[in-house]
Design a protein around this ligand. Structure first.
Ligand SMILES: Cc1ncc(COP(=O)(O)O)c(C=O)c1O
Length: 464
């Protein structure tokens, strides 16, 4: 099993990025519950034949869809060790919890947060954003809200984020019981950053209407275009208005590791909380989300729930309080910290930062290649590692949607789509450390080839 998966990683470039799942393969996963044991080798054969070739392919250098990290063999092997140890990181006095605390200390250092800040591994940034909303809710309403609920306070808490923010911010408001209607979507400027005067105006309007602004979620690397909000300006608004300042840095926050990119995140060190994933730009295998909270005491008081069966002691295995389960909703927790600790130890912060710089440089190369091609059009500024473009011509949305499906089905490259200014865009997010110029060239050439094939067909048939 180990040989096969290492071979897969080593020779990944020779494979298609993705391939459509044949119906018989899909059918193979609709069998009844197995009653009898099967030979392990035959189960592994099924994995090699029916599972491995049909994953989404984000370990492949040609994968540029959504925001998926590439992972590394180091992270993969560390994950194997973690599974062998089978540690439950909810708490208790064990070194795996110290490993997580070590990573928390490194994260504090990276973002220049005080020693009193708390941090927690979670599934991903969607969960990290939800935790941040809940801690901010405690800051606004006090811990009594945990027992009495929001209705008892009689306050209407309002949050603010930009039109470029990820949908999980609205979902966090929904899940926190505050309602997604209580999230004001602030327009963006020409660089797709939150419009600061519009943010100030929205907060002012709500205050005058008797509502309670409590949370600003700025974004460091928006999902659509990679825009970074003006974090210093957003921090100033939050400070003046006395609201929580959160940064959704799902992939962008780790640009702090890259000396040439980090200055674009100026102001992030002023955040009350930061959400990000090690499994995106940090190259740690899925999943390894993280939330950092400046006020560790407040974070603790948002989640800690004493229970007889989780009693803490000063000696024995129940020592070492507080435990990770006191900082989030999960009691059963895997050892996500180990693959992250291995990745940081084995590669070092500088090398991980160099990958981030390289992917941003590749995005600039892609942008320049698009600008040189008359058939292509850039749709948004390139702030980090995300490039939105399209093939020019009539019925552009339809044609570009088909180009992306053709690219994915060809196995040559796998961008995804989004909408920029009402136009369907081919969206390439370069996250994987394995991606190089050859992969960017292949994307451009194939996009043009598929686009011109549509144009020719349209010319003969009169429609796409
Ligand atoms: C800016 C931003 N926020 C939040 C998320 C959601 O993160 P996750 O998929 O880890 O839940 C993403 C995902 O790409 C993102 O780009």
């Amino acid at each position: 099993m180990l040989d096969d998966i290492l071979d897969y990683t080593e020779h990944i470039r020779e494979r298609p990025v993705w391939q459509p799942i044949p119906q018989p393969v899909r059918e193979a996963f609709r069998q009844p519950l197995p009653q009898k044991p099967a030979n392990l080798a035959s189960v592994h054969d099924t994995f090699m034949r029916d599972i491995l070739p049909y994953s989404v392919g984000n370990a492949h250098p040609g994968f540029m869809g959504w925001v998926h990290g590439g992972g590394t063999p180091v992270g993969m092997l560390a994950e194997m060790l973690a599974a062998g140890l089978n540690a439950n990181l909810g708490g208790r006095d064990q070194i795996p919890v110290e490993v997580e605390r070590q990573v928390v200390r490194w994260v504090r250092e990276l973002f220049r947060f005080p020693d009193t800040a708390s941090g927690l591994f979670v599934t991903g940034t969607s969960m990290a954003n939800l935790i941040a909303v809940l801690v901010a809710r405690t800051a606004a309403l006090g811990t009594g809200v945990r027992r009495q609920g929001i209705a008892a306070t009689g306050k209407r808490l309002m949050a603010y984020t930009s039109a470029g923010a990820h949908g999980c911010i609205a979902q966090a408001m929904d899940l926190a019981g505050l309602g997604s209607d209580a999230l004001r979507i602030v327009p963006v400027n020409e660089r797709y950053q939150i419009d600061i005067p519009a943010l100030e105006a929205a907060i002012g309007r709500d205050k005058r209407a008797g509502l309670t602004p409590f949370f600003i979620a700025a974004t460091a690397g928006t999902v659509d275009t990679g825009a970074v909000d003006d974090l210093t300006a957003a921090a100033q608004v939050a400070q003046r208005e006395e609201v929580w300042f959160h940064v959704d840095g799902a992939y962008g926050a780790l640009a702090m590791l890259a000396p040439d990119i980090a200055p674009r995140l100026a102001g992030i060190e002023r955040a009350d909380s930061i959400a990000f994933d090690f499994n995106k730009w940090g190259q740690v295998p899925y999943d390894a989300g993280f939330v950092l909270v400046r006020d560790g005491t407040l974070h603790h008081s948002t989640f800690a729930s004493p229970a007889a069966y989780l009693r803490r002691e000063t000696r024995g295995m129940a020592a070492g309080s507080p435990w990770p389960c006191d900082f989030g909703p999960d009691l059963s927790r895997g050892f996500r910290a180990l693959k992250t600790w291995f990745t940081i130890k084995a590669y070092g912060a500088q090398k991980l930062g160099a990958v981030i710089s390289k992917t941003c440089a590749l995005a600039q190369y892609l942008k320049q290649s698009i600008e040189k091609e008359p058939a292509l059009e850039l749709l948004a500024p390139v702030a980090l590692n995300v490039v939105c473009f399209r093939y020019r011509g009539e019925h552009a949305d339809d044609v570009n949607r088909n180009i992306v499906a053709d690219l994915q089905e060809s196995g040559i490259a796998a961008p995804s789509t989004t909408t920029v200014n009402g136009c369907l865009a081919i969206r390439a997010a370069i996250v994987n450390h394995r991606t190089n110029r050859k992969d960017v060239d292949a994307l451009i050439q194939a996009a043009i080839a598929f686009g011109s094939a549509y144009a020719r067909r349209r010319a003969t048939a009169g429609r796409p």
